[in-house]
Design a protein around this ligand. Structure first.
Ligand SMILES: Cc1cc2nc3c(=O)[nH]c(=O)nc-3n(C[C@H](O)[C@H](O)[C@H](O)COP(=O)(O)OP(=O)(O)OC[C@H]3O[C@@H](n4cnc5c(N)ncnc54)[C@H](O)[C@@H]3O)c2cc1C
Length: 81
């Protein structure tokens, strides 16, 4: 919505949305693997597939670490305004 309005904050909002959803998905999938114990990590386990599918979202389209750096830069810039 902020992108359609042409707001400069739209990049920050997009970064934040991708960062939050990908890290939460990885946490949920990792918990699912853990709950299943050794059975959860096997190649045939559906939960390990969910973990891999979630984990790749922390890598593609901007890694988690790069997003943290950019979000930090946005926060510092906003604090100076
Ligand atoms: C399934 C899949 C599909 C893909 N599809 C595409 C596609 O369609 N188009 C495309 O262009 N690319 C695509 N990629 C590539 C993807 O964009 C890159 O893998 C991603 O940008 C990370 O780059 P890299 O793998 O070279 O990791 P690197 O850049 O080598 O990073 C390795 C690790 O170091 C960290 N790191 C790097 N620099 C810093 C830093 N300055 N500070 C802190 N941490 C840092 C990263 O966060 C990461 O954890 C795809 C990858 C996958 C796995």
């Amino acid at each position: 919505v902020s992108k359609e309005r042409g707001e400069t904050e739209s990049v920050n909002h997009t970064l934040l949305a991708k960062y939050r959803t990908s890290t939460i998905a990885v946490k949920a999938a990792a918990d699912a693997v853990q709950i299943h114990g050794a059975q959860g990590i096997g190649a045939e386990a559906s939960v390990q597939r969910h973990y891999r599918d979630a984990k790749v979202m922390e890598i593609i389209e901007g890694t988690t670490q790069i997003q943290q750096t950019m979000l930090g830069q946005f926060a510092v810039r906003a604090a100076r305004l």
